[in-house]
Design a protein. Structure first.
Length: 913
């Protein structure tokens, strides 16, 4: 296949995907001329290109669809039948393109008379309904039909059809320098027999040349956006990623050598090599990243077709389409998303009559959203339908013998919900073309787990359901925790690791046994526990010995909403690993997702967190759920009796006597290298998370350590932090805080018996003002300021990220949204704001149009609205006044923005008339 045809196939398929989405939008907004112009232009381009390449079948089909859309431009009514027929034509064009690619450029044989005749019938019908009188006055019916597809031509303009014909028929070749003058044009260009449309083009060119003579010397211009990007073959990117992966492996091997020889002369250059490798890896990863909206393009069409088939009005909302992830993950997530959307439309949403009875809108809503969270992409599919009927699920589970009634009684609703992921499970009463065959959610779960992700379900009966997919950004290189079990090393993807726990004798985290089932008690919460050696099929005797031990390393992992602990023999370090696929002979081992090569050359297996979660005995989960219910009942009883307990942090500072502070007040426990502690303005400080944190000592005689690390308790609030210097962090305990002896000493509330020892309870309110004198005064002022909620509307993520912290620092509660449409949705949903700050230069709906729309609504006529713009001129300020803005501020004038908001709330500002 030649490059020209390959480029045609690529661009045409991209254009058709856009046409699919835009046509569905156009059906909902038939008066939106912008959408129609865009669709018409794309189809017209496809038709012209097909004619140029000699593809008559495609050209005829595209021309028929274009003709019908031309009738829409002339004012013909947009009907569901017409849009459906055009969409069917687009599907047929896609099929022909696929055959064209398979046949290496030869257009497949076949007839499209059925579609073309239907398209022509609707076109003629539109003519009849349109303007019969005007049509009768036209001398040439064929010419009239041709011209009706375009808007009236302006002086000097030429129709696209005439322009294409001129290029095809032109026999002369023009080879002029860019800087050719008018005289050179007259001498060098001679058109002997140009078509009718060619004359105006030359005349316009000459007139333009007279008005603006071309410079003799070429003028250097800034590169256009299109010239700053190129197409790169996917295979090239894959090869590049493979080479970077090998480079990462080599880097790890070299770093392993340096770790064994700390005094090596290669340490510094290898560190630099490591940094460059990391930067190269990040750069290559960026080239593979694509917006997830690329995987969503077909969903509006699918929802439209489902809406018609199921006879349910459905609205699809898509948020976060710009969220990026690796193209490999993007391709693998398309099918699961399609399954979930179909499931929500069929099972989730009620029929219109049922929704009316329940007091809901007849139109059901499916919301698809995506966002980054840590190193994951979170994709949520929500609907406002009926939710999951727990009783129906239970009945189906019992009918299929998946579980017993006794087991179901011990399960929570959330655990019962997850039965819908069982293979072949379906609660549909009838088998239809959409669902009921039991093939769907189990496929979704399997596909998500294949890419190292997890899926969770939340549902409220009568309110709707939400499916939350958590997937890695990339599959090629991941960060992993290297652990040991049964004498072998394994890699656990760090994205699934919540924390590491070292269980020792008499430590607060401890292993307990409930009904002979080991569980981990961590911060008064029970977690199911499993030995990795047991999961991997190690020697049963060795596993029993490990299980009976109350000490060891525990990796706390999370998959979806499930949190559990895995006991390992040892923990080494974290390392970036290159994921290698498993051999086909090992594919049936669900405990592993792949393998990798460590820096020392050892080949180890990568643990699959989903496999571990599945292998966890349901008995353990049921035991934990039952015990938590029991604890909850005891906690309620204790609270009623005044015997409730509090988590306390025990430490020593300034003396050997233990001291305590409620753990809920502590933000973090930190250890700082003493060399990082600085002294300035008469006090000790440390740089913490981008700002200076004052250090406070409990005892005036207390001194910080001269070497090593200094432990501290960090307390944070309203963006500021204080470090409380301690000598030793002792333990975290759960006990009753009953202060039996009061204290007159500053900084001490009194003494209580904790863990059978008299313990001083620290008065944190005494120490916080020592760090910041206005700690509590500022809090009171902030409460007043935070009652002012401000909506920031700007399509630029840069300016949203720049201005949101500025407004928050001034004490405002800020909600940022990415455009006028998003702002309208927030306001319609009932969100209440005291002021709106809006950008002017925004796509689709600019700031002036946004403000005018708000002022037309009685609810927002008196709302303070402030304009932000990069261009502040008398004309733009006057335009803003006419639109209804109260003030107009330059984007980079942050002090002016704060001052204007302050004046707006005091009612002292307004754009002068």
């Amino acid at each position: 296949m030649d490059d020209l045809l390959s480029e045609f196939l690529t661009e045409t398929n991209e254009s058709l995907d856009v046409v699919d989405v835009e046509l569905v939008k156009f059906e909902q907004e038939p008066n939106n001329a912008k959408i129609l112009d865009n669709v018409f232009r794309l189809v017209h381009t496809i038709k012209g290109t097909c004619g140029f390449l000699g593809l008559p079948r495609l050209e005829a089909l595209a021309h028929a669809a274009e003709t019908l859309m031309g009738k829409f431009r002339d004012g013909a009514p947009v009907t569901q039948e017409a849009v459906s027929l055009i969409l069917t034509s687009i599907d047929r064009i896609k099929e022909i393109l696929a055959d064209l690619e398979a046949a290496n450029g030869a257009e497949p044989e076949g007839s499209d008379v059925d579609l073309i005749s239907e398209l022509e019938r609707l076109s003629l019908s539109a003519d009849t309904k349109g303007e019969p009188e005007a049509a009768a006055e036209q001398p040439d019916e064929a010419d009239a039909a041709e011209q009706s597809l375009e808007r009236p031509l302006r002086p000097g303009e030429v129709s696209l059809d005439d322009l294409e014909r001129a290029f095809r028929e032109a026999e002369c070749e023009v080879d002029l320098p860019v800087s050719a003058t008018e005289e050179e044009l007259d001498h060098e260009v001679e058109v002997e027999a140009a078509p009718v449309a060619a004359a105006p083009l030359v005349e316009v060119a000459k007139a333009k040349a007279k008005e603006e003579p071309a410079p003799k010397e070429p003028v250097e211009k800034k590169a256009s956006v299109s010239s700053q990007s190129i197409r790169v073959a996917v295979d090239t990117l894959e090869d590049l990623m493979t080479m970077v992966s090998e480079l990462v492996l080599t880097r790890n091997q070299l770093l392993e050598i340096v770790r064994r020889h700390e005094d090596s002369e290669f340490k510094v250059p290898l560190q630099r090599l490591s940094n460059v490798t990391a930067e190269l890896q990040e750069g290559v990863m960026k080239t593979r990243m694509q917006p997830i909206g690329n995987a969503w393009q077909k969903l509006p069409r699918i929802v439209r077709d489902l809406s018609q088939e199921l006879e349910k009005p459905i609205e699809l909302e898509m948020l976060g389409a710009e969220t990026e992830l690796d193209r490999q993950v993007l391709e693998l997530i398309k099918d699961p998303l399609t399954h979930m959307i179909r499931n929500s439309a069929d099972h989730g949403l009620e029929m219109p009559a049922d929704r009316r009875t329940l007091g809901k809108s007849e139109k059901g809503t499916i919301t698809l959203s995506a966002y980054h969270e840590g190193g994951h992409i979170i994709i949520e599919v929500r609907d406002d339908g009926r939710g999951i009927d727990v009783d129906r699920v239970k009945a189906k589970v019992l009918e299929r013998g998946i579980s017993t009634e006794a087991e179901l009684e011990k399960m929570t609703d959330q655990q019962i919900h997850k039965f819908i992921f069982a293979a072949g499970f379906s609660t549909a009463a009838n088998v239809t073309s959409v669902s009921g065959r039991g093939v769907g959610m189990d496929v979704v779960r399997n596909n998500v787990e294949l890419i190292g992700g997890s899926i969770d379900l939340r549902s409220v009966q009568g309110k709707g359901s939400a499916f939350i997919i958590k997937i890695p950004l990339t599959l090629a290189i991941v960060s992993a925790l290297i652990v040991e079990a049964g004498g072998d090393r394994y890699a656990i993807p760090q994205l699934s690791v919540v924390e590491l726990v070292r269980v020792q004798d008499n430590s607060e985290p401890r292993i307990e046994r409930i009904k002979d089932t080991p569980v981990l008690r961590l911060r008064n919460k029970l977690l199911p526990l499993v030995q990795m050696s047991y999961l991997l099929g190690a020697n049963p005797a060795a596993v029993d010995a490990e299980t009976n031990s109350d000490t060891g390393f525990i990796v706390v992992m999370q998959v979806g909403s499930e949190t559990f602990g895995v006991v390992v023999d040892g923990v080494f370090h974290t390392e970036e690993i290159v994921v290698k696929p498993m051999s086909t002979m090992l594919r049936n081992l669900t405990m592993f997702s792949g393998n990798t090569i460590l820096g020392d050359g050892a080949v180890i297996m990568i643990i699959d967190p989903n496999g571990v979660s599945s292998a966890m005995a349901s008995h353990a989960s049921s035991v934990v759920a039952e015990e938590e219910r029991k604890q909850h009942e005891e906690a309620v009883t204790s609270a009623l009796d005044g015997q409730s307990t509090v988590s306390m942090l025990l430490f020593r500072a300034g003396s050997a006597e233990p001291k305590a502070v409620p753990l809920s007040l502590v933000t973090r426990l930190e250890e700082f290298d003493v060399t990082k502690i600085e002294h300035s303005n008469g006090r000790d400080l440390v740089q913490y998370r981008g700002s200076l944190m004052p250090l406070v000592y409990i005892d005036p005689a207390q001194t910080r350590r001269s070497e090593g690390t200094q432990p501290m308790l960090v307390f944070s609030d309203a963006g500021r932090s204080m470090g409380l210097v301690v000598d030793e962090i002792v333990d975290i305990v759960e006990d009753r805080m009953n202060i039996e002896v009061g204290s007159d000493r500053a900084g001490v509330l009194g003494s209580a018996v904790i863990k059978d020892k008299a313990t001083e309870i620290i008065d944190l309110g005494y120490f916080l003002p020592q760090a910041f004198e206005d700690w509590f005064m500022r809090k009171e002022m902030d409460i007043a300021a935070l009652t002012k909620k401000v909506l920031l509307v700007d399509d630029s993520a840069f300016f949203r990220n720049m201005l949101t912290p500025v407004l928050k620092a001034a004490g405002y509660d800020v909600t940022a949204c990415q455009g006028a449409q998003h702002a309208f949705e927030l306001l319609e949903n009932g969100d209440v704001f005291q002021a709106i700050v809006s950008d002017i230069e925004m796509p689709e709906i600019n700031g002036f149009e946004f403000c005018e729309a708000l002022r037309r609504d009685p609810r927002f006529r008196k709302m303070p609205i402030l304009a932000l713009s990069a261009v502040v001129s008398p004309a733009s300020i006057e335009r803003g006044r006419q639109a209804g803005f109260d003030d107009y501020v330059a984007k980079f004038d942050r002090p002016g923005l704060i001052a204007s908001l302050k004046d707006l709330f005091s009612g002292e500002v307004g754009i002068a008339a």
